[in-house]
Write a protein that binds this ligand. Structure first.
Ligand code: ATP
Length: 653
């Protein structure tokens, strides 16, 4: 690296930091050689900035537009500034965004600059740069050294990393982690952290490059360039008060190369990498929460939610100013959306969505309970044998648009048209199932289920009912149930409603807790939801193949289970997007903190898939476990509500 003071082009316009406490800007790196080579046309970046007039509300912000070239998906977010792929955008960022922070350091204030983004998006390049294109760290150091000459200030640097929520010195090797202490004035002290005086850029480079090397080797291995820790360079400046005394004021500038956020669906992370990744995502979300709280004047700023935010407590908020640089890879749409949405969330300027994309983003609160009741009621109204219901089962619906259609088709009037709803599955199911009277089960004649014990019959019939639900098939109650069994099934229907409602929308309603004889006549008359479905074909008692004796093949079962799972995931996401905090808390696996995270996350960026929960710092495995717990809750309740064999015996007597 060069030894002389770094020089850059003259700034065009500098930023007024009084507008917001943490500015959030975007920096798009250029395409790299290997990303262009071998391609006929120059690749087009998936990120652009919209014309300024679109952001009518304020000339101080820009609309950042992201478009996926492979699909027609697009998103748009408002942020404070945008730096495109042009050469030298790092020095532009420095002069417009960082240098206004530096003068305050000489007056004893603190400031922080973060580079945030996915792995490979250019964070390290932005902060460290190269010999030819110095990054924000050397540019800041150089400016501070230059200014110190006229103010008589002295500068010291520290360099540490936060890895897996622990702090380690990178300038001096120590056996243990650095302890974080805060004094009664709210100042943070890192006990034992080395502070190295720096008088020239050569001293800076010499000291700093050792630290860089240590960080690189510590957790990534020499062949792996991805940063697994947050690297923090602190430049502390002590300036004489100028009153003739020896008193000095000290301010510090934190320059942070954050670890890359990772989408664990797309990585092969496992073991320690997965754990690291979860910790990284968690701390980035905590940081975003702090910035959000500061920018929105919240009374409580959650500094203590991660080691990094705790350390930065005296440099974020109060009189401190900060800048978040969201770094983007121009060829990665999904990754960029993830980064920009979290950055926009921190800034708390809501995402605005072009009309073409509106269906994918839930805009209104969906009444889950009403939706489920509507679905159950629709089923109840179906009378004819093996008839295909005039609605799409919510367990097969794929989009919120199609969920609206359920309301329309059942009891809730709606002007929203069903998108892509189809009864194809139901037709297929109809072909597969031949009606066989339920009474055969009790007579031990004919159907496959007759070979089973009553308890097994009920359990199996439940599975089949769910399978049939997934295909949209509605069995005719009279065909399958003896008369008095209908009454029982009516209770079962209400119990099921209760189970599903409790699992997904834990608002308690009285009707579900009433005994059967206290139910309204409408409730009592409702047909069975849970009556057994007619088996696929009559049981061949002599068949050596047991699977033939028990109905649909394992493959079909798996296929339908998979449909059911997809639908449940959609229901679950819809619920997370709309439930109140209290409702969320009643879901298995969700505690107070997570409920709050979910509420904050969905405020600016509603969940579209389970993996969006990774934005709150969960690993993909944790997300899946969370969903599984909620799903299991449903089946536990179904189990509780299944009739015992003695119930069936009594009912049939
Ligand atoms: N402005 C730029 N000009 C040229 N190359 C760039 C520029 N910005 C980034 N790059 C290159 O892009 C690649 C990825 O950048 P970098 O290593 O900074 O990413 P990162 O976000 O720090 O990744 P990680 O989180 O994995 O550490 C590097 O090869 C870097 O040299």
């Amino acid at each position: 690296m060069a030894n002389q003071t770094v020089k850059c082009s003259t700034p065009t316009k500098s930023t007024n930091y009084s507008i917001s406490k943490v500015r959030v800007i975007v920096r798009v790196r250029p395409f790299l050689f290997h990303e262009i080579s071998g391609k006929n046309d120059d690749p087009k970046p998936c990120i652009s900035v919209l014309d300024q007039e679109i952001c009518e509300s304020s000339s101080e912000e820009v609309a950042v537009y992201l478009k996926d070239k492979d699909t027609s998906r697009n998103e748009c977010y408002r942020l404070d500034s945008f730096f495109g792929q042009e050469d030298n955008n790092v020095s532009q960022i420095f002069y417009r965004e960082v240098s206004p922070l530096i003068s305050s350091i000489f007056h004893g204030d603190n400031a922080t600059v973060f580079a945030y983004g996915a792995t490979g998006s250019g964070k390290t390049y932005t902060m460290q740069g190269t010999d030819e294109d110095p990054g924000l760290m050397p540019l800041a150091m150089s400016t501070i050294l230059t200014m110190s000459q006229s103010t008589g200030s002295t500068a010291e640097i520290s360099y540490y990393e936060v890895y897996m929520d622990r702090c380690y010195d990178l300038l001096e090797l120590k056996g243990k982690e650095i302890t974080v202490l805060d004094d009664k004035n709210g100042q943070i002290h890192l006990r034992g952290l080395a502070q190295v005086p720096v008088k020239s850029m050569s001293e800076f480079y010499e000291t700093f490059s050792c630290g860089i090397q240590r960080r690189k080797v510590a957790h990534t291995g020499l062949n792996d360039v991805s940063s697994r820790s947050h690297g923090v360079l602190v430049i502390a400046v002590s300036t004489p008060c100028g009153d003739g005394s020896e008193a000095v004021v000290t301010g510090k500038l934190n320059l942070i190369d954050l670890a890359g956020n990772e989408d664990n669906r797309r990585t092969c992370n496992e073991g320690i990498r997965l754990l690291e990744s979860a910790k990284i995502n968690q701390s980035l979300f905590a940081l975003s929460n702090v910035i959000y709280a500061l920018n929105n004047n919240k009374t409580r700023v959650p500094y203590r939610e991660s080691k990094l935010t705790r350390i930065l407590q005296d440099s974020l908020g109060g009189t401190s100013r900060a800048l978040m640089v969201a770094c983007l890879n121009p060829g990665e749409y999904q990754e960029s959306v993830h980064t920009v949405s979290l950055a926009a969330r921190s800034r708390h300027v809501s995402n605005f969505v072009p009309s073409s994309h509106k269906l994918e983003t839930p805009k209104v609160r969906i009444d889950m309970e009403a939706k489920l009741l509507a679905w159950l009621d629709s089923r109840g109204k179906t009378k004819s044998a093996q008839r295909i219901g005039p609605f799409n089962s919510p367990f097969t619906s794929k989009t919120l648009g199609s969920l609206s259609s359920i309301k329309k088709a059942s009891v809730y009037p709606s002007s929203v048209k069903a998108k892509g709803s189809t009864n194809q599955g139901a037709f297929k199911a109809k072909e597969r199932f031949a009606p066989v009277p339920f009474t055969n089960l009790n007579n031990n004649e004919g159907p496959a289920d007759a070979c089973l014990e009553t308890g097994e019959i009920v359990a199996k019939s439940k599975i089949k009912a769910i399978e049939a639900s997934a295909d949209g098939i509605v069995p005719e109650s009279n065909t399958f149930l003896p008369g008095n069994c209908q009454m029982h099934s009516c209770v079962k229907k209400n119990e099921l409603q209760s189970s599903v409602r409790k699992a997904l929308s834990p608002i308690k309603t009285n009707v579900n807790q009433k005994p059967f004889n206290e139910l309204s006549s409408t409730d009592q008359l409702c047909p069975a939801l849970f009556e057994p479905i007619t088996p696929q074909r009559p049981c061949n008692l002599n068949s050596p193949n047991k699977s033939e004796m028990v109905g649909p093949s394992l493959d079909k079962f798996h296929a339908r289970s998979s449909n059911l799972k997809t639908s449940l995931i959609q229901e679950y996401i819809g619920f997370l997007n709309t439930a109140s905090k209290e409702e969320l808390l009643e879901l298995k696996g969700i505690g107070m903190k997570m409920a709050e995270y979910i509420l904050e996350l969905r405020e600016t960026s509603p969940l579209k898939s389970l993996s969006d929960l990774e934005k709150i710092g969960l690993s993909s495995k944790q997300v899946y476990n969370l969903f599984s717990k909620a799903a299991r809750g449903i089946f536990d309740r179904l189990e509780d509500s299944s009739p015992s064999s003695s119930d069936i015996y009594k009912l049939n007597k």
